[in-house]
Design a protein. Structure first.
Length: 223
């Protein structure tokens, strides 16, 4: 049994191969990482209005690099990649990483997604150590993106039932100050932080700018 299967079973879940892709299941519900529903949001006129894209915009920079320290299923990374970033994604949970890798493989064969998917690179493991390793190897990001999971979000009524399966695997951010410090240490020119629209600041860091929607906001620390 590989590590991803072990992590899923430790949470009372299973990873199973289905005709649609790799699925996480509890025996009654299943969850597959898939980007097909994201395609309408990747059209240029729509994409440029995305709050994340506006918050992370790299003006006058060719081929910018972003680190997504909390990748999950990589949907936000997909938006950044479609907007011109090369995105280095970090996901510490092996089961979630397996689902993400499967989604990327299928996206690579879809002409509507393949260009963006080609600029998304998955790293399995702790993002604090992983970001430092990439910087040491010469990859310095223009932006670091943080979407940490917090305890208050796990009981949200807005979370679709099947996505609650992920809450058996994901753990709330244990040390938000350490995560933010690691992002700062990369030398990025921007740190973009996704928060509930009325949620507290991450580690009390005052943003340079905020981009607010109905349910979420993006706090931008610019350097």
């Amino acid at each position: 049994m590989n590590r991803s299967q072990e992590e899923a079973r430790a949470a009372g879940l299973q990873l199973v191969q289905t005709p649609e892709g790799l699925a996480l299941t509890d025996g009654t519900m299943q969850l597959i990482a898939d980007y097909a529903h994201m395609i309408p949001r990747l059209k240029q006129g729509v994409l440029q209005r995305e709050l994340l894209v506006r918050a992370a915009r790299a003006r006058g920079v060719e081929h910018p690099v972003a680190f997504d320290a909390t990748a999950g299923f990589g949907e936000d990374s997909l938006l950044l990649a479609a907007a011109g970033y090369t995105v280095e994604m970090f996901e510490c949970n092996s089961a979630i990483s397996a689902l993400l890798a499967d989604a990327l493989e299928r996206a690579a064969s879809d002409p509507r997604l393949s260009e963006a998917a080609a600029h998304m690179h998955l790293h399995v493991g702790d993002s604090i150590a992983g970001m430092a390793e990439l910087v040491a190897a010469g990859t310095v990001p223009y932006a670091v993106y943080l979407d940490p999971m917090f305890p208050g979000r796990t009981k949200s009524a807005s979370v679709k039932k099947k996505f609650q399966l992920l809450h058996h695997l994901e753990q709330p951010c244990a040390d938000e100050a350490a995560l933010l410090a690691a992002a700062r240490a990369t030398g990025a020119r921007k740190i973009v932080i996704k928060r509930p629209v009325k949620g507290p600041l991450l580690a009390d860091a005052k943003p340079s700018a905020q981009f607010k929607g109905k349910a979420v906001r993006y706090d931008v620390l610019a350097f």
